[in-house]
Design a protein around this ligand. Sequence first.
Ligand code: WT7
Length: 650
Amino acid sequence: MSNRIDNLLHEARRFPPTEQFAADAIAGADLYEAAENDRLQFWADRARELLHWHTPFTRTLDWSNPPFAKWFDDGALNVAYNCLDRHVLAGNGDRIALHWEGEPGDSRSYTYSELTSEVKRAANLLTSLGIRQGDRVAIYLPMIPEAVISMLAVARIGAVHSVVFGGFSAESLRSRIDDASAKLVITADGGYRKGSVFPLKQAVDAALAADGESTVSHVLVVKRGGNEVEWTEGRDLWWHDEMVAVDDEHVAKAFPAENPLFILYTSGTTGKPKGILHTSGGYLTQTAFTHRSVFDLHAESDVYWCTADVGWITGHSYVVYGPLANGATQVLYEGTPDSPHPGRWWDIIQKYGVSIFYTAPTAIRSFMKAGRQIPQQFDLSSLRLLGSVGEPINPEAWIWYRDVIGGGETPIVDTWWQTETGAIMVSALPGVTTLKPGSAQVAIPGIQIEVLDDEGHDVGLDSGGLLVVSEPWPSMLRGIWGDPERYKETYWDKFGDKYFAGDGARRDRDGDLWLLGRVDDVMNVSGHRLSTAEIESALVSHPMVAEAAVVGAEDEATGQAVVAFVIVRASQADVATADEASALLRAHVAEQIGAIAKPRTVFLVAELPKTRSGKIMRRLLRDVAEGREVGDTTTLADTQVMQIITDRLK
Ligand code: WT7
């Protein structure tokens, strides 16, 4: 790791904004100045400038009970009204909100007027199903317009959505439904992925059939895949039947700024995912501000595309709330990048004239591998700004992205943030910052970042430490659903009043930030967060497994890959060959959690390396997984164990 960073710090290429870009840019250096002069005033100004408040706020931040923040809390607004009605009322109803592209090639566009009507209908429908302010609604949908419509309809009536990524298993869905006591599930029969239909309704049925009473009274089903579904009378309802039966008039009521907007589950260091809670006014302020200034959004002329699924925070903040609050025109794509042909994304950029494009390094690396001749078959000249998120982008990928996709001219913004931060925290501003490939660069205006050692001292320039946010920010998480203790413990106990992000970082001599990856037992696979403990507990739930240890090993394509070390129960040792057992266990993890958590490799071992106090030494397993000489083993309870493991794997 430190070798890699030393190499990175020798990265000398610099890309200042062109004069033209700087002159036309939405955000200028004055924003930093304003924020430095008065941070709270800066955010209050953004909240007033970018949003419509039904009741104006007078208090900006209440931090009297840390770490529980309240922003703009005597104000009231309606999040969906801010994303829809006000654009229509301002005369922009005919502007396209969504250019939706289905994987099989079907497409649909929605103007702001049309999207507003659909959301009003859906809001009436939810109300007719008994959903009220504060109730939780689970959304388990493919990337279709109904996903956006559902989220906004839930927000419009002051209820709380919990979007569950369509790739998660029935088990994962059920645990999220239970944790939040969801009353309603919105799903589809199925969606398209890699040329075929994957079932979703079936997983909902399985989730709700699991042991124990569920809190769900209805399942609303969008028809998308056309696949066969089973039907539970009285519980299941077709979206299209219900939507025609309700009115498309609906007056948006105002809700307090701190009304919960959504819960989104993310992996932590224990087996149980955390329900990250976000609220309304502060979240919408910071997503709208960052979307506009980091992506330099000119809403009248830009076509924006963020490739994230709405099942992740990037989809919440930079597909739904940020762009729609800003009245952007955007592309929404259902499927995979290479379906039905390897140039599908570039085809879409050409088709809609996309000008701002936001994706993840893992995707860029896989396109690099496939070769530049694929994107070069398409006209990408509409692009003027590129973004990256989810993991560090290595300089080679950065340069390739700029040269091949950006025609050698576009700025690239590398944006660091988290499910918990709600919105971008560290990034260049494209009309201001001189870009440095590989570095996420600087805190955005109004955000305070520090790099500290374990004792809470600033490590200064040029040495590694822990990334913290030292002042509360508008879109910060308000807690972990149902677990205030875990919220305090996870993020605040380490440094008292400063938020501990779980990432290592280093500032170079110019003060620019370089992200060094997670410092806890959390892996980052293709920009998705996975917990070692969660995968271990999925593995030991299989009758064949006595013990399991999981590590994230460096992987060229996915950043990190899941590698599992498993001890098979003695009684099961002869049931399957090693290859069979490892295939079986990989499939078991996919079934328990979802395909994204599937280990790349499962090694069957006789022992696991443990300290005398019984803690698994993952560092040593990582050495094995990454094919290195095994490091210092002197603190092991049994110093022979690594020899046993490596011998067995030869
Ligand atoms: C973790 C958060 C934020 C949306 C996507 C992931 C890593 C995220 C970057 C970046 C280096 C990054 C961090 C962070 N991460 N963006 N630009 N450079 N690392 O959201 O699932 O909540 O994961 O992703 O490790 O802690 P998430």
